[in-house]
Design a protein around this ligand. Structure first.
Ligand code: GNR
Ligand code: NI
Length: 168
């Protein structure tokens, strides 16, 4: 397995719209394993392929306490089934060090495929719903900072650009 490099805001590749996965093969399976390893190593609860510069509609997550229940969603879509907004303090591995409150619809029904290409559906609320919506946003080129004010987003961008220059 391998740890993949995670793109950081404001990298332009984070704005790409991911394309559907059409081939379910060993290469996809290896990518999924590497994304899971990368997510666990970074102590994230989710990771979208976009964040590792692979522009395919694929995400992994693990919202379990013990960090032992990986979930994989290929070509995920969702519909809102409870539109009341729920607030979470969101963070993002592509926006390291920043946490801000974001409101999203509370309940969703998700349709996706597994790594063999088989369809499945589930209903989600709470942190699972928030995380899936956050990850699907990534696949559409959207980041949680887009829900914040332009001023907050600019402050975050400038701080991260400075850090990125120093570590380069
Ligand atoms: O690790 C993560 N934590 C988190 C917390 C609240 C809402 C969403 C998330 S997802 C994030 C990992 C990440 O950046 N996924 O894209
Ligand atoms: Ni994220």
């Amino acid at each position: 397995m391998a740890i993949l490099q995670i793109l950081e805001f404001p990298n332009a590749n984070l704005r790409k719209k991911a394309a559907p996965v059409t081939v379910f093969n060993e290469r996809l399976s290896i990518l999924i394993d590497n994304m899971l390893e990368t997510m666990y190593e970074a102590k994230g609860i989710g990771l979208a392929a976009t964040q590792v510069n692979v522009h395919k509609r694929l995400l992994v997550l693990d919202v379990s306490e013990e960090r032992d229940i990986p979930q994989i969603f290929v070509n995920p879509t969702f519909e809102i089934i409870k539109s009341d907004l729920s607030e979470y303090d969101e963070g993002c591995l592509s926006v390291p060090g920043f946490y801000e409150t974001v409101s999203r619809p509370e309940g969703i029904r998700v349709k996706a495929q597994n790594k063999a290409g088989e369809n499945f559906e589930l209903e989600a609320d709470g942190i699972l719903s928030t995380c899936i919506q956050h990850e699907i946003d990534h696949l559409n080129g959207k980041l949680f900072v887009d829900y914040l004010s332009a001023l907050k987003r600019k402050r975050i961008r400038e701080k991260l650009e400075k850090e990125q220059k120093q570590s380069a």
